[in-house]
Design a protein around this ligand. Structure first.
Ligand SMILES: Nc1ncnc2c1ncn2[C@@H]1O[C@H](COP(=O)(O)OP(=O)(O)OP(=O)(O)O)[C@@H](O)[C@H]1O
Ligand SMILES: [Mg+2]
Length: 351
């Protein structure tokens, strides 16, 4: 069987579709192309594809504009149809685990086992008991996976891999920060409809959660407060068009939004910390368009008393500044985190 080595990273977000092509050379990673296509608000709701045609057309346009040759692509899903759970099981090998997977998973996965695709990872020996091991269960509703796969296929690409947003973040982090001194880090991607959280210990995911909260709610608030269209509200939000806007009022709205975000992220991180003994999160890396909400990272840092940094998914990836505008790259970087992680996956990856 022939496997294409380089997969095209395709992040189908609720507000925009990101496409990234990265070449792995002997001297490391090299960015070949990058593009973003906006999609209307009603196109993807709660991570379900409502308007498949628009998604397909947007992907096709990106492919054409970027003149992308790669056909095999990696895309990711997240949200309420995806479950990632850690469990403790008696020590067994990979083959045995795979065999008992449906039975074991039934206890941890709140869906009908027949409706989901299942997968599992052995994380290693349990800390508390030497005869047990930690395992990560992943379940995704078949309907959702098939929906994304068929959109990719209809856009003329081969869906070689359907990943989970939080794991793409992990791949991106590993490639870009291989020498980071921290043992426990939290990766937090705040997008338009979701906040994806992945906590890594020694480079392995030990806790993952999706929070149903996103920048769209903030856009809608701005729409209501200023009685403007969705597009105008987005422009106000990003500072692209603030003509005639009461700055005090908008700053107040940002402040409230930052507080709500911090509260939600904090609740999740505190829950994780409550399950750990003598362990601390040493750093929080943020990504996603909503990480730009004014004051958000500062407030999170202050309340959690943990350093917060906006992640750079191109930290370890070379790009030509004659091809890519450095100013645009600096701006768009946090939104490309998931797409870069996907572009770094390989078709022959284990799962
Ligand atoms: N400067 C800014 N200030 C505040 N919010 C911003 C800014 N720039 C972008 N955003 C918000 O970021 C969101 C888009 O981010 P992103 O591209 O990461 O989302 P997505 O991947 O499409 O969505 P999701 O992953 O939730 O499905 C939008 O809600 C947008 O309004
Ligand atoms: Mg996203």
């Amino acid at each position: 069987m022939f496997f294409e080595k380089n997969l095209l990273g395709l992040d189908i977000g609720s507000q925009s579709i990101k496409m990234v092509d990265i070449e792995k050379t002997r001297n490391g990673y090299q960015l070949k192309s990058l593009g973003v296509g906006l999609i209307p608000a009603e196109c993807i709701v709660d991570k379900d594809i409502m308007d498949s045609e628009t998604v397909v057309d947007t992907v096709k346009n990106l492919r054409e504009n970027l003149k992308v040759k790669a056909r095999g692509s990696a895309t990711a899903i997240s949200g309420h149809s995806v479950i990632v759970k850690k469990a403790e099981l008696p020590i067994m090998n990979e083959g045995e685990l795979r065999q008992s997977l449906p039975i074991e998973a039934e206890q941890y996965i709140p869906f009908d086992i027949n409706d989901v695709y299942l997968d599992t990872f052995i994380l290693g020996e349990s800390i508390e008991r030497t005869d047990m091991m930690d395992v990560l269960f992943v379940a995704a509703k078949r309907e959702l996976v098939d929906e994304y796969a068929s959109a990719v296929r209809n856009a003329g690409l081969k869906p070689m891999l359907i990943d989970i947003d939080v794991f793409s973040l992990e791949t991106m982090y590993e490639a870009n920060y291989p020498d980071a001194p921290e043992n426990i880090v939290a990766l937090v991607d705040a997008g338009a409809s979701m906040i994806n959280v992945n906590i890594l210990k020694d480079g392995m995911s030990i806790f993952a959660r999706d929070i149903s909260m996103g920048g769209r709610q903030l856009t809608e608030r701005i729409q209501r407060e200023f009685n403007v269209s969705f597009e105008r509200a987005e422009n106000i939000k990003t500072g692209a068009n603030i003509e005639g806007i009461d700055l005090e009022k908008i700053n107040y709205i940002f402040k409230m939004a930052a507080e709500t975000y911090v509260q939600e992220i904090r609740r999740t991180l505190d829950f994780f910390l409550s399950t750990m003994v003598n362990e601390n999160i040493e750093k929080i890396y943020m990504s996603g368009g909503s990480s730009r909400i004014p004051g958000l990272t500062k407030l999170l840092e202050k309340q959690m008393e943990i350093p917060v940094e906006i992640i750079n998914p191109f930290n370890n990836i070379r790009w030509d500044d004659r091809v890519f505008d450095p100013e645009y790259m600096a701006y768009i970087a946090p939104q490309m985190a998931v797409a870069v992680g996907l572009a770094l996956r390989r078709a022959d990856y284990k799962w």
